[in-house]
Design a protein around this ligand. Sequence first.
Ligand SMILES: [Fe+2]
Length: 260
Amino acid sequence: MYRISIVVVVSGGAEQCRTVEKHRTLQNRTGRSQDPQVESLQIQGKIESHSPEKYKDVFVRSKHSLPDLPYEYKALEPIISSEIMELHHSKHHATYVNNLNIAEEKMREAVAKGDVNTQIALGPAIKFNGGGHINHSIFWCNLSPHGGNPDAALSKLINKDFGSMEEMKKSLSQITVAIQGSGWGWLGYDQKTKSLRIATCANQDPLQSTTGLIPLFGIDVWEHAYYLQYKNVRPVYVEAIFDIINWKDVNARFKNATGC
Ligand SMILES: [Fe+2]
């Protein structure tokens, strides 16, 4: 097996979140990742990758890895406690990554055997754990104790589509607080209509794969994200999280989504 390293730039901007996929390897003849988010970035030419010509005909395996946080666990206090951040990142996100790797390995074996039944049966596990990995990788970068402000282009579209920043926050908060059970609230960009939209996803369904919207900012309302600190009062957690939005990251995602 030939191994190469790829540095995946998950977001742009001054405060870039970087996921270093150590030992990530080419997955097919095109060199494209099977991770939809990574593939999207590859297509856009936003990934620094090293794909030596000699590897072009080599089929090799890949492993996902838990990305480092771009700040310390205590950095988001008092909005989100260090205890929550450590458990959320090192236990919950890590479990999604581990289970995604297990499911993908089983998928590779099933594909190799031509076992279509097993491939179909593995779909939900890949959706759940792959979604968990994608969603949390975005979430960590969406937050910062020093997140700056929305840039002019994003502010202009927020005002156009929602009336004002406060109205956008109000709409996103309402729809997110109202999620039944576990899920995510999102501010996303619709490339077809060139507009901003808010949406919710159940469980760990990833926004882009299930709605076509490009994720800009997400709010995790699984209880593991807030219960130790906010108990059952989800609305207070959702209201508070707007104070730690990393607008530098959201600006960069918006810029990538719009191509401007
Ligand atoms: Fe979570």
